[in-house]
Design a protein around this ligand. Sequence first.
Ligand code: PLP
Length: 380
Amino acid sequence: MSLFNVYPLFDITPVRAKDLSVYDDKGVEYLDLYGGHAVISIGHSHPEYVSAVSNQIENLGFYSNAIQNPLQVALARELERISGCKDYQLFLCNSGAEANENALKLASFHTGKKKVLAFKNSFHGRTSAAVATTDDLKIVAPLNAQHEVDFVNLGNLQGVEYILKKGETCAVIIECIQGVGGLDESTTEFYQGLEKLCKTYNVMLIADEVQSGYGRTGDFFAFQKYGWTPDIISIAKGMGNGFPVGGILIHPDIKASFGLLGTTFGGNHLACAASLAVLKVLESENLMKNADDMSAYFIEKSQNLPHLKSIKGRGLMLGLEFDFPVADLRKKLIYTHKIFTGSAKNPNLIRILPSLTIKKHHIDLFFDALKQELLLMNGM
Ligand code: PLP
C-alpha cells in the first residue's frame, strides 16, 4: 500500500526531538520555529509531560465516555482557573476541525437556525461544516458546499449586520488572529461591535482559538486582549503538545442535554493527562510571559532587516512579511541553516509558531541565518 499523496513533503525524517531541537535519522539537528503547525507549546519531550503521559498509560490509557473520568473534570477546573473563563462548560474532542464542527452544530441546535457567517481568509479546518466556513474553495468538496455560509471582510461591521439582520444565522465564527490566512487581526472596536451585533440578533459568537489559544499570544486566549466574550471557544493544537486533543468551552447560558454531542476518543485519559501537563508547565515556567518577552525580542531583532515590509501577529504567533515570495528563502532556512519555519496563504510571509519555551539564543540563530540569506540575495 502507498500513502495517499496529499502532503508536499520536505526531504527530512525526524526521529527524535527535545525542546526546540528536532533530530533527523542522520543525527542532524534542526531548530524548530514552527512547532509542527503551532502544536508544540511546552517544548518537544518536556520531562514533566513525558512522565505524566507515561504514568497515565501505565495506569489507564483509555476508557469510553460512558463512565466517569475525573481527569476531564480536573482539566475543566484547571482550564477555568488559568484562562479566567468563569463557569464555562467543557466538551472534549480530538482536533481543531472537530472542535469547530461541534461549536457550529451546538450553535445551530441552540438557535434553531442554520446559516453561518465567517470571514474572508479564514481557516477553520477540513471537516464538513468547518471546511465550509474556511475561505478556500480548493478544499471545499461539493458535499461540504451544502452548508450555507456568508463571508465578510474582517473589520466590516456593516457587512456583518447586513447578514445578521436577515435572522437566518446561527453563528459567527472568527479567528481573532488569522493563522493560515496570514496573521491579520482587527480592532477592539470591531470585536466589541461584533459581540454586540451577535447579542442583538441572537447569534452565537464562536472564537476559533485553535491556533492562537493556550497562551501562544501572551494572553491565554487571543480574544482576551479586546475585552469581548464569545459564546463558544474552540481549542486544540498547543493543548496537547503533540497528543491529539481538542475541545470547546461553552458559555454557561447554553444548556447541555444527554446525547447532544458525543465522541468515542474525545477526552480520553491520555489526552487529559497530556493537556493537564501542558497547563502545569505553562504556569510553572511562566511561559505566557516568556511568549510576550520573546515576541518583543523578535520585533527588536527584525528592525532594519532588508526587504521586510511588516511584522504581523502577537506573542509567538508571528508573521514576517517580505517584499518578495519566500518559498525559496524558507527552503534555504531548512536545508542550509537547519531551521523550520512555516508558510501562509500570503506567499510573502514566513510564519513563526515556536514552542513557548523559546530563548533569545534561538531567535539570534534565526536572524543570523536570515540576514546571511538576505545579503546573498542582494549580491553582497
Ligand atoms: N482552526 C484554526 C484556526 C487552525 O489554524 C486549524 C489548523 O490549522 C484548524 C482550525 C483545524 O485544526 P485541525 O488541523 O486540528 O483539524
